[in-house]
Ligand binder design. Structure first.
Ligand SMILES: Cc1cc2nc3c(=O)[nH]c(=O)nc-3n(C[C@H](O)[C@H](O)[C@H](O)COP(=O)(O)OP(=O)(O)OC[C@H]3O[C@@H](n4cnc5c(N)ncnc54)[C@H](O)[C@@H]3O)c2cc1C
Ligand code: FES
Length: 321
């Protein structure tokens, strides 16, 4: 099912928490409790922007056991195709939205004896829920949080107050602080798990350093806030539906398919969950795979495409959809 069952919510509160970051409190429209979720989960927020439907994933940052509402924090992206701009500039307290049920692709591993969380900028959001869960269960953790500046970083003061400076370390690039990834990943006790969520360069560096330090793959976890990439417009032939859709330059294949009234499956809309995997029946051109789900061999085979983030450059693309 596309995105699972939807939940009607109302925005009960909006706060500006840092330069370009707002927090939104969402409560159920019918006043009932929201589903319990596990830390690291996200929801897909569906927005009606003057008749234009936008759907973006946002991590749940509130405490997982708090079912009275969900909190999300959203960075206003400079090159926004509309979602973060809508949330920052048009959405008001009291407005209605629809969200999906929470989905978790960034679990904390309960077997971990210690957890090291590496956050960059808005990548702090899933860790806010994780820290609440670790603290409640008395599990050892450390947060290493890199931000552009004190003004651009969200929640850092309250995190230090709540969890203590021994567990929360801050790095402001405007003050020439550098997150010491290599020394952090060296010499950790056996059974430690590391988690990273931040800009791609940071995530790549942490994953590479962990590999070089000999960390087992199963102890290193990451989530990327991937979004559809813009590119040249193209046509995609949907063989099962018997139509051709035009995929605009600022649109994903999934968005074009949905706009044509076809219900395609998705869960993360960020190239990570595998739900939107679609078989490529014919392809005369180059598939630009932007997901982190398919293996390099699968990408090279040209037989599958993740339609939420990937694009195409060529003359013919036929999909089993
Ligand atoms: C699982 C998951 C969880 C997410 N959780 C959050 C969250 O808690 N808070 C949050 O603000 N965003 C989160 N995102 C990103 C979010 O879904 C949107 O991509 C983001 O809000 C921008 O949306 P947009 O519609 O304004 O622009 P988009 O069209 O989605 O993006 C426009 C351009 O900006 C780039 N971009 C997108 N996000 C960023 C970013 N953070 N920094 C720099 N460039 C970016 C895109 O690659 C694209 O080129 C999450 C994404 C995923 C996949
Ligand atoms: S919807 Fe998750 S990979 Fe496309």
């Amino acid at each position: 099912m596309s995105g699972g069952l939807a939940i009607a919510v109302r925005v009960s509160r909006i706060d500006t928490v840092a330069a370009n970051i707002k927090r939104f409190r969402l409560v159920r429209h019918d006043g009932e409790p929201l589903p319990v979720f596990s830390a690291g989960a996200h929801v897909i927020v569906t927005m009606d922007d003057d008749g234009h439907r936008r759907r973006n994933p946002y991590s749940l940052m509130s405490a997982p056991h708090d079912t009275s509402g969900y909190d999300i924090s959203v960075l206003r992206v400079a090159e926004s195709r509309g979602g973060s701009a809508f949330l920052h500039e048009k959405l008001r307290e009291g407005d209605a939205l629809t969200i999906s049920h929470p989905v978790n692709l960034f679990h904390a591993d309960k077997r971990g004896r210690k957890h090291i969380l590496l956050a960059g900028g808005i990548g702090i959001t899933p860790f806010l829920a994780m820290m609440a869960e670790f603290d409640r269960a008395n599990v050892a953790f450390e947060l290493h949080y890199a931000m552009r500046s004190r003004e651009h970083g969200a929640y850092w003061q309250e995190l230090v107050e709540r969890y203590g400076a021994h567990r929360v370390k801050l790095y402001f690039s405007a003050e020439n602080d550098v997150l010491p990834v290599a020394s952090l990943l060296h010499n950790q006790p056996l059974g430690t798990h590391a988690y990273v969520c931040g800009p791609d360069r940071m995530t790549d560096f942490v994953l590479r350093t962990a590999r070089e330090c000999g960390w087992p793959k199963s102890n290193v976890h990451s989530e990327r806030f991937l979004a559809p990439i813009s590119g040249k417009a193209f046509d995609a032939e949907l063989l099962r539906s018997g139509i051709v859709v035009r995929v605009g330059d600022h649109e994903s294949i999934l968005e074009a398919v949905e706009a044509a009234g076809i219900d395609a499956p998705y869960m993360c809309r960020g190239g990570a969950c595998g739900q939107c995997e679609t078989a490529v029946v014919a392809c005369n051109g180059v598939l630009a795979h932007h997901d982190v789900y398919l293996s390099e061999e699968e990408k090279a085979s040209g037989r599958k495409v993740m339609i939420c983030v990937s694009r195409f450059d060529g003359t013919k693309l036929s999909l089993d959809l």
